[in-house]
Design a protein around this ligand. Structure first.
Ligand SMILES: *Cc1c(COP(=O)(O)O)cnc(C)c1O
Length: 403
């Protein structure tokens, strides 16, 4: 921690910039409503009453603190470091997303809004948000490309059971991109009623900072837990990066600890040579996407590239702006693993630990499987197990049958 009042390099400036990345590049019809969210979040983040309410839901509803589990069998199998797993898969709803969805729902309520609105791709964000809306007592409207509605039927059923309205978007490619536009259009038509709930550390200021803050409980817990069990800080942290919220959630509490190596893991998909990947940090270039300046996988004209990952929660052509800065500062390394390595990690963790990880989280496990054998036996690694893999078993079974 800093001994001066100088602002930390790991916090956005007043305009929401992390160095050259971040900000809020918005059309005029969205600038006003989003600025209102920034002002409201600034006040809430300094209000002990709001923080208490949030912490109380995390404890009593989500089931926090989540375990920091020593994966002894995996550690032995890899023959290197001691591997610990931060068990976000044990949260209510089975993943980390519920942490920030509850935070956003509480803020919406505090602002006097009556409805949450968002887009969803595979449906994970929609389900987590619908859960938070049901608990906090808000209406919830989820826009989803018509193709995704058909593909992700179980998540549509879940959202509807939770009381949310699912809006199938029939425009254009009928996928995530059109769902984003559709949700923003409805939001802009009645910002006094709606709160736009973004699903990761992406989008315009204040979302990258706000979602990070709501997720930072993960790293604060992990830091206290490892100090308790090992009596020292870990040597390395590893987390999967899609938009980057579970990763920043784990990393944030350790950023000032220079002895801790920090690794973000991106989807190399079918390989970095072709275009079937979503390795934004590795191969992206500075650009503007969804209201933020960040690294983007983009074509010649600046249009976002089509992306691919075996984990639908990681296939995003952008990344949270703080990650772009953390790379530039040399504080976090960004590596990537392929779909095949991910499938192998999914099966390995299931078999040796009896824990079925989400395909997203399996990216972090795959990186640990490469990293741990290179480290001394007393080294300590913490990987973020961002979610459970029940949602992925049918898909994986099919992939393995084809192989
Ligand atoms: C959505 C999701 C991710 C990816 O999102 P981030 O914002 O990069 O964390 C990772 N893991 C799980 C289990 C998810 O559901």
């Amino acid at each position: 921690m800093s001994h001066t009042d100088a602002p930390s390099v790991y916090r956005a400036d007043a305009d929401g910039f992390f160095g050259e990345f971040g900000g809020a590049e918005l059309p005029p019809f969205l600038a006003g409503p989003i600025a209102e969210v920034a002002v409201a979040y600034d006040a809430a983040s300094q209000d002990p009453g709001f923080q208490e309410q949030f912490q109380s839901l995390l404890a009593k509803y989500v089931g926090r603190p989540s375990l920091l589990y020593f994966a002894e069998n995996l550690s032995r199998e890899l023959g290197g470091a001691k591997v610990y797993l931060k068990r976000e898969d044990l949260n209510h709803t089975g993943a980390h997303k519920v942490n920030h969805c509850l935070g956003e729902a509480l803020l919406a309520k505090r602002m006097g809004k009556t409805r949450l609105i968002a887009e969803t791709g595979a449906g994970q964000h929609g389900v987590a948000l619908a859960t938070a809306a049901a608990l906090v007592g808000l209406e919830c409207e989820i826009h989803m490309g018509a193709i995704d509605v058909a593909k992700q039927h179980p998540n549509v059923v879940r959202m509807e059971l939770l009381g949310a309205k699912v809006v199938p978007v029939e425009e254009g490619g009928r996928s995530l991109k059109e769902a984003v536009d559709s949700a923003f259009a409805v939001y802009a038509s009645a910002p006094e009623e709606y709160f736009f709930a973004i699903g990761s550390v992406v989008g315009p200021h204040p979302y990258p900072s706000m979602v990070r803050d709501f997720q930072s409980v993960v790293g604060r817990e992990a830091r206290a837990q490892i100090l308790e069990t090992e009596g020292r800080l870990p040597d390395a942290l590893v987390a999967a990066v899609g938009g980057g919220s579970n990763a920043l959630g784990l990393f944030d509490a350790f950023l000032e600890d220079e002895s801790v190596r920090i690794v973000g893991v991106e989807p190399a998909g079918e390989g970095l040579e072709g275009d079937r990947h979503a390795a934004t940090m590795t191969l992206g270039t500075p650009g503007t996407l969804h209201g933020m300046r960040t690294k983007v996988l983009q074509g010649e004209g600046g249009e976002p590239s089509p992306v691919h990952s075996i984990a639908s929660g990681l296939d995003y052509p952008g990344v949270g702006p703080q990650h772009a800065q953390l790379e530039q500062l040399g504080r976090v390394e960004y590596l990537s693993v392929t779909d095949a390595e991910t499938l192998d990690a999914f099966q390995t963790l299931s078999r040796v630990e009896g824990i079925i990880p989400a395909l997203e989280s399996s990216h972090a496990i795959a990186q640990v499987m490469k990293l741990a054998p290179e480290l001394p036996a007393d080294a300590v690694v913490i990987a973020n197990l961002s979610g459970r893999g029940d949602k992925d078993v049918d898909f994986v079974a099919e992939r393995l049958r084809e192989a």
